[in-house]
Design a protein around this ligand. Structure first.
Ligand code: SF4
Ligand code: SF4
Length: 657
């Protein structure tokens, strides 16, 4: 059934393209969601189990029979196991991304070493004058800072030696077999929060969790999640969920943190820069290439290749003015943060971008890419080019990426897009005009630089009450929620109450599209007087874009620094998290690691847990006693903002401020 465009999104470009798709008879995510109705009640409640072939089993949600699966597992066991598998999948996605970046750094260091032995001109990894290496260290200062945190010697050593050791320590965190916590967690986390993690098992009445929820290795905790949830293994929702916290912390202070930090080393740490967002960034007279997915290892190279004079000349030969690279989802945020490459949209706009008829190629890597993009692309001239050996899309062009031949492959991809320009039907192009400017690039380093090398101005403003607290807004779009509606409502409701926002992922793209990342947004009625004064005094927007999904770790590192300054664990801070339109398993892992790290977190989409009353109680209440934070589940954005604000005020009171 056709939906009114106002029901699907508050974004005028999505509304326009949705209408266009309807007129052209193109099926989109909203029709596919409609065709799934009614969605299975067992699945929504989390009370179906397919973990063995005696099943699938379902529990009667109304209290009647069956109360147990064939093996005897009850509703809480089943719900907890399903949730743990979601956390593990989310942690795996982020962490495999982190591993890929660590391997790229290692490959770069090893190639430099090999070149040096062969007498080639590359002597150091940061020799930017040389283009003989596909990847280099763009931020030597950050490399040394990360090395220092990890206890790696930097004095008297070459950049490639330090880079190699940092990559090796990172990779060791994935597969080590001892009982110690992972090196990155130990290097970054303040001792008070570390102690909370260490004692979580005892507090939960399970002292056999000897090191509490400290992750021992990133991969091991993910594998153990699958082991624990295998038929006939762990059946207690408390221990299953404790392991969920541990697995998510391997993501937070391991896989995702490694991704963020090593990407900064390889591609540069983001600094504040002005850029543009929304579908209006596509250009009618240019070859448009959309980079979509999550890993910047390829998209960085696409951005470089698009500046190649020969390829620009080729584009001009075909009648285009040049090559326009734009981003989508988190890959888009990565190149937005580091280079100011415009971002065309968030998750629910991937099909909409193709519907403009102006996209020559959508270059995809991993995560959050709908297979439906291939079907939508068939209605136009757009080529979907898949590039990751682990993500193949039937019907797409496969140009698989190899870091060792990064430049050559990136050029091949850009050339494929350029050569597709003559196939564009000019009559079928319709690009929405809306786009919005905003300041991006607020890495922890950029924030520190802005405030004169310290977080004291933010801390003082919080203590004075000018700012009541900080909210980390993150996560996806979900077609079950009107696109961007909850993102913007919650943001405004919090800013009205003088809460400073930091954010990532599709929330950040939403905020940028509505002008929230402009300093002048502080003058609107959506920002309270204290936050307005603070933002104006420091020349910042009332909300700071901290990057992609893996960059949620920037929020953690920031919170950890404040906690260190105040000599408290993170859970004592007036800080909250929210994923207003959560969708992915990664969002489940992020929410869990926020909570495990001490940040009470709101979910705007109810996760599949309501069928397990004990699980719900653990997640929304008992975790306060174990890690000092818990989940708030509230689909109504106004009520959600109020609950988050109340939590901030409670924390202020406890801190005596
Ligand atoms: S593990 Fe138990 S509840 Fe799950 S499918 Fe097998 S028998 Fe059913
Ligand atoms: S925020 Fe969510 S939907 Fe958006 S790119 Fe990240 S994981 Fe995907």
């Amino acid at each position: 059934m056709k939906k009114n465009y106002k029901e699907v999104s508050i974004d005028p470009t999505t509304q326009q393209m949705y209408e266009r798709a309807q007129e052209m008879g193109i099926e989109t995510v909203w029709e596919r969601l409609e065709k799934q109705q009614p969605q299975c009640g067992y699945g929504l409640l989390g009370i179906c189990c397919r973990n063995c072939m005696m099943g699938p089993c379902r529990i009667n949600p109304f209290g009647g029979e069956p109360k147990r699966g064939v093996c005897g597992a009850d509703a809480d066991t089943i719900v907890a196991r399903n949730l743990l598998r979601m956390i593990a999948a989310g942690a795996a996605a982020h962490s495999d991304h982190g591993r890929h970046v660590a391997l790229t750094l290692l490959i770069a260091a090893e190639m430099a070493e090999k070149f040096k032995k062969e007498g080639k001109p590359v002597l150091e990894l940061d020799n930017m004058a040389s283009n003989t290496l596909p990847y280099q260290v763009r931020d030597v200062e950050k490399l040394k800072a990360v090395a220092k945190r990890l206890g790696i010697e930097t004095e008297g050593r070459t950049i490639r030696e330090i880079a190699k050791e940092v990559a090796e320590v990172a990779l060791n965190d994935f597969g080590k077999q001892d009982e110690e916590a992972i090196a990155f967690l130990k290097a970054y986390l303040n001792p008070k929060t570390y102690e909370v993690f260490e004692k979580a098992g005892e507090k939960a009445g399970m002292p056999w969790f000897e090191n509490g929820i400290l992750p021992r290795s990133i991969d091991r905790e993910i594998v153990e999640s699958l082991h624990r949830t295998h038929i006939g293994t762990d059946h207690d929702p408390v221990s299953i969920l404790l392991h969920g916290l541990k697995t998510s912390l391997g993501d937070a202070w391991g896989g995702s943190l490694i991704a963020t930090e090593l990407q900064d080393i390889l591609f540069g740490t983001p600094q504040v820069i002005k850029a543009e967002a929304n579908l209006g960034v596509l250009k009618e007279d240019y070859v448009n290439i959309v980079v979509h997915g999550h890993e910047p290892v390829l998209s960085e190279k696409i951005v470089e290749a698009a500046q190649d004079p020969e390829l620009i000349e080729l584009a001009q030969k075909y009648g285009a003015k040049g090559i326009n690279v734009v981003g989508m989802c988190c890959t888009g945020l990565e190149v937005l943060m580091r280079h100011g490459i415009p971002i065309a949209g968030n998750f629910l706009q991937q099909e909409m971008a193709i519907v403009t008829g102006a996209v020559e190629a959508m270059v995809v890597d991993v995560q959050c890419i709908m297979p439906a993009t291939v079907d939508v692309a068939r209605c136009f001239h757009t080529k979907i080019i898949d590039t990751s050996p682990i993500a193949t899309f039937p019907g797409a062009i496969h140009i698989k990426f190899d870091e060792r031949r990064a430049d050559e492959i990136a050029k091949e991809i850009v050339k494929t897009a350029v050569e597709n320009f003559p196939n564009r039907s000019k009559q079928r192009v319709e690009i929405p005009k809306e786009k919005m400017e905003g300041y991006v690039g607020f890495s922890v380093e950029a924030i520190l630089k802005h405030f004169g090398g310290t977080l004291k101005p933010i801390e003082d403003a919080i203590i004075e009450g000018k700012i009541k607290g900080v909210a980390g807004l993150v996560g996806c779009n979900n077609p079950k929620v009107k696109q961007d509606h909850n993102h913007i409502k919650i943001a405004n409701e919090l800013m009205k109450r003088d809460v400073l926002l930091v954010g990532t992922g599709c929330w950040a793209t939403a905020a940028m599209k509505y002008g929230i990342f402009l300093p002048e947004y502080a003058d609107t009625e959506n920002v309270g007087p204290g936050l307005r004064e603070f933002a104006k005094e420091w020349g910042i927007p009332p909300a700071l874009n901290m990057g992609s999904c893996v960059d949620c770790t920037r929020i953690l590192v920031l919170a950890d620094m404040v906690a260190r300054d105040l000599n408290v664990p993170i859970h004592a801070l007036p800080v909250v998290g929210s994923a207003p339109e959560a969708m992915t398993e990664k969002a489940v892992s992020i929410g869990t690691y926020f909570v495990a790290s001490g940040i009470t977190t709101h979910l705007g989409v109810v996760p599949p847990v309501l069928g397990g009353p004990k699980v719900v109680k653990i997640l929304t209440h008992d975790l306060y006693d174990i890690v000092g934070a818990a989940f708030i589940v509230e689909p109504d954005p106004y009520k959600a903002a109020k609950k988050m604000y109340d939590h901030i005020m409670k924390k202020r009171k406890e801190l005596g401020i």
